[in-house]
Design a binder for this molecule. Structure first.
Ligand SMILES: *Cc1c(COP(=O)(O)O)cnc(C)c1O
Length: 383
């Protein structure tokens, strides 16, 4: 092969090392904690599975290839991956983050890391000026999530990376919602891409796993040291399942996006629904940026019933049959979530409502079923 692989080929082959032992076409599950040495310190590159494991190596190489980055790192969850990034900072450092943030990230920042004298600012990241205003000589990291969860706001990655570079600040993008099929933040100037690979990357709601991808070797070494020293690494079975999921990432994301578009349009035209949040609408406030940096709009849609009451939202959530009421997202099956009481319950109501996350908001993770059946289910539940 002369040319560089394209994305759909990368999901199958990108970064993969063929099994050197027997030529097994699928990456074997190296279910071992340790590796034989022929003489003290002489081994085949693997000593202990917290540090390295061949199944994990293939997952790390795969996710790096998909994000078009140099180095991948796997963690036992998305939050463990975020935890490793924050541990590269020092007491007194400041972080600027979105005010419309995954609840677990907010909880980790506020309830774990603030007590180590790290300072977090939560701003509206659609507005670059409000980010600029918070930058001081102590600012070391900008934490962006786009599209945001669950309000589907879009952050301009390129402008944010220009601002970060000018001020010598690292930019990390949580790319969980979009996946590299839709957007590749490193190509737009971000320093770190973070994934809750639990979601679309693995794609089948059967594993909890996280990942980081970086280009800079020094940064990789720092993170790799923390990965091993803190020890929040995934097991080989989880890496295998994620690799298996990745092989259909492009097919799944295409269908998730097509189905979500049809559902967003159906909801927008429904007289019992008021706001529908989906970045693909031409009248979405960040449509131009979304169109520029995303190749599709993904599978997530949020909405508010017309009477804007919790009771109606609750009734819809209870009546849905194909959409399972559950936390998480990104699996092949459709899910419905009530963020205020579920995924975002750890964010105080005053903070939540500032970003529009009201009690009546419902969030859909649109699966890859027949979209007519999904619309039928929604139509019945909305009544
Ligand atoms: C789920 C999620 C996380 C946390 O990942 P876990 O794998 O659950 O630890 C972080 N960010 C976003 C956007 C998520 O959806």
């Amino acid at each position: 092969m002369k040319k560089k692989m394209k994305f759909n080929t990368k999901t199958i082959h990108g970064g993969q090392i063929l099994d050197p032992a027997y030529g097994s076409v699928m990456t074997p599950i190296y279910q071992t904690s340790t590796y034989a040495q022929t003489s003290p310190g002489k081994h085949k590159g693997y000593e202990y599975s917290r540090t390295h494991n061949p199944t994990r190596t293939n997952f790390e190489r795969s996710i790096a290839s998909l994000e078009n980055g140099n180095h991948g790192l796997a963690f036992s969850s998305g939050l463990a991956a975020i935890d490793a990034i924050i541990k590269t900072l020092n007491p007194g450092d400041e972080i600027i983050s979105t005010n419309d943030l995954y609840g677990g990230s907010y909880r980790l920042f506020k309830q774990i890391f603030e007590k180590y004298d790290l300072k977090f600012h939560f701003v509206n990241m659609e507005d670059i000026i409000s980010v600029k205003q918070k930058i001081t000589s102590k600012t070391k990291l900008i934490w962006a999530e786009t599209p945001t969860n669950p309000m589907m706001n879009v952050v301009d990655i390129k402008s944010m990376s220009d601002l970060a570079k000018k001020n010598n600040i690292l930019l990390c993008v949580d790319n969980t919602f979009a996946t590299p099929y839709i957007q590749r933040p490193l190509e737009l100037g971000a320093d770190i891409v973070m994934h809750s690979a639990t979601k679309y990357i693995a794609g089948h709601s059967d594993v909890v796993i996280g990942a980081l991808v970086v280009n800079n070797l020094a940064l990789f070494k720092k993170l790799s040291f923390i990965q091993n020293a803190s020890g929040a690494t995934p097991g080989p079975m989880d890496c295998f399942l994620t690799l298996r999921g990745i092989k259909t990432l492009h097919l799944r994301m295409q269908r998730h996006s097509e189905n979500a578009e049809k559902i967003a349009k159906f909801l927008k035209n429904h007289n019992k629904i008021t706001n529908v949040y989906w970045a693909g609408f031409k009248d979405h406030k960040n449509y131009k940026i979304a169109k520029n940096q995303m190749h599709a709009f993904g599978g997530m849609v949020s909405f508010i019933p017309a009477d804007q009451t919790f009771e109606t939202a609750k009734k819809i959530a209870e009546k849905l049959k194909l959409f399972t009421l559950a936390e998480s997202l990104g699996g092949v099956e459709s899910l419905c979530c009530h963020p205020a009481s579920m995924t975002h319950a750890s964010i105080p109501p005053e903070e939540r409502e500032k970003s529009g996350l009201v009690e009546s908001l419902l969030r859909l993770s649109v699966g890859i079923e027949d979209v007519e059946d999904l619309i039928d289910d929604l139509n019945y539940a909305i009544g």
